[in-house]
Design a protein around this ligand. Structure first.
Ligand SMILES: NC(=O)c1ccc[n+]([C@@H]2O[C@H](COP(=O)([O-])OP(=O)(O)OC[C@H]3O[C@@H](n4cnc5c(N)ncnc54)[C@H](OP(=O)(O)O)[C@@H]3O)[C@@H](O)[C@H]2O)c1
Length: 307
């Protein structure tokens, strides 16, 4: 049996991205086959297309797509926590932009009962990233002062809400056009990075979540108190811990049913609400990737998949 899947046969621009007919995968032991209904688009997808796939140990051709929402089509041997037909979501190691995708059973969670599939698709990768960076890596606790360097994107907009639920005081850095958005998500303080250097506007921060990288990551150290924690999901730290007298962590997101289940609970309690800016059909994947790459997305971009 064949299916539609988005793949690249060589690294490069969107010219390399094609919607191809490929063999429908078969789940191995401890895997499930998901009939995909929607798939979130993330910067990692165009970074892999650009060449990061090589650094990550992937081999061409690569099927793109890192998170899916859908129903369980088939169960591999040894999977007994789920049933065929159940609505689930997960991070996947590749092949999320397709009609069917394979996920590890221990990466899967049932989708929140109060979200449609498009909004559910905004959660697995960005939500897990925010959760693991804030709580598993930085150990953020109630009452601490958190600064998020890019609080309007997919990761930052969820991190902001998760941090508020956990009782942190959140300073959101974003552009002025996103002020109402991030304040609506619960930001206690807001800095428009287009108007002033954010590192001169705030200090004595306990934890910085860096979702921007580059020179923003470097400048954000000025905001931290001595002994504070910098957690970045973008930069590759060098000697900043010694230079600034802080703890520095690089958080690499690991697919996890446990992280996703905790996020699901908060979504069902209406304490966390994903925001989807744009929706494209799978056939318009190039436009979706180009929009993500432009770097201006508020919340997330989602692809819908028809059968
Ligand atoms: N380590 C991991 O495992 C992991 C996991 C997930 C994501 N990531 C990485 O984390 C980064 C963020 O991902 P994402 O999905 O949240 O990105 P995103 O959604 O594409 O971020 C877009 C947002 O960034 C804002 N922005 C642009 N320039 C900014 C600046 N100088 N300062 C503050 N905000 C700015 C944009 O609004 P304005 O233009 O209006 O400001 C837009 O709202 C990416 O590099 C991604 O690859 C890493």
């Amino acid at each position: 049996m064949t299916m539609k899947s988005v793949l690249i046969r060589a690294y490069g621009s969107n010219e390399q991205v094609e919607l191809a007919d490929v063999a429908r995968p078969v789940p191995n032991a401890n895997e499930v086959l998901i009939r995909v209904q929607a798939a979130g688009v993330n910067p990692i997808d165009w970074k892999i297309r650009d060449g990061a796939g090589q650094r990550m140990g992937k081999t061409l051709p690569i099927q793109l797509g890192s998170e899916v929402v859908g129903t369980i089509e088939a169960l591999g041997a040894g999977v007994d926590r789920f049933r065929e037909g159940e609505a689930v979501y997960a991070m996947v190691s590749s092949g999320g932009f397709a009609q069917y995708a394979i996920a590890q059973a221990n990466h899967l969670a049932r989708i929140p009962n109060n979200l449609d599939i498009v909004h559910a698709a905004a959660l697995p990768l960005a939500g897990t990233t925010a959760w693991q960076a804030l709580f598993d890596e930085a150990g953020l606790s109630a009452g601490q002062r958190l600064l998020i360097t890019n609080s309007s994107g997919g990761v930052g907009s969820l991190a902001l809400q998760l941090a508020k639920v956990h009782g942190a005081h959140v300073t959101a850095v974003a552009s002025g056009r996103n002020e109402a958005f991030v304040r609506g998500l619960g930001a206690d303080a807001f800095i428009d990075y287009t108007r002033e250097p954010f590192e001169e506007a705030v200090g004595d921060i306990d934890v910085v979540l860096d979702t921007m990288g580059g020179e923003t990551f470097q400048r954000a150290f000025k905001c931290l108190r001595k002994g504070g924690v910098m957690v970045t999901v973008v930069a590759f730290p060098q000697d900043e811990a010694e230079r600034f007298g802080v703890t520095v962590k690089r958080s690499a997101t690991l697919p996890s049913a446990a992280s996703l289940a905790q996020i699901t609970t908060l979504v069902e309690a209406a304490k966390v609400v994903p925001h989807v800016e744009s929706v494209f059909p799978l056939a318009e994947v190039r436009q979706a990737l180009a929009l993500s790459e432009a770097g201006r997305t508020r919340g997330k971009i989602v692809l819908t998949v028809s059968h």
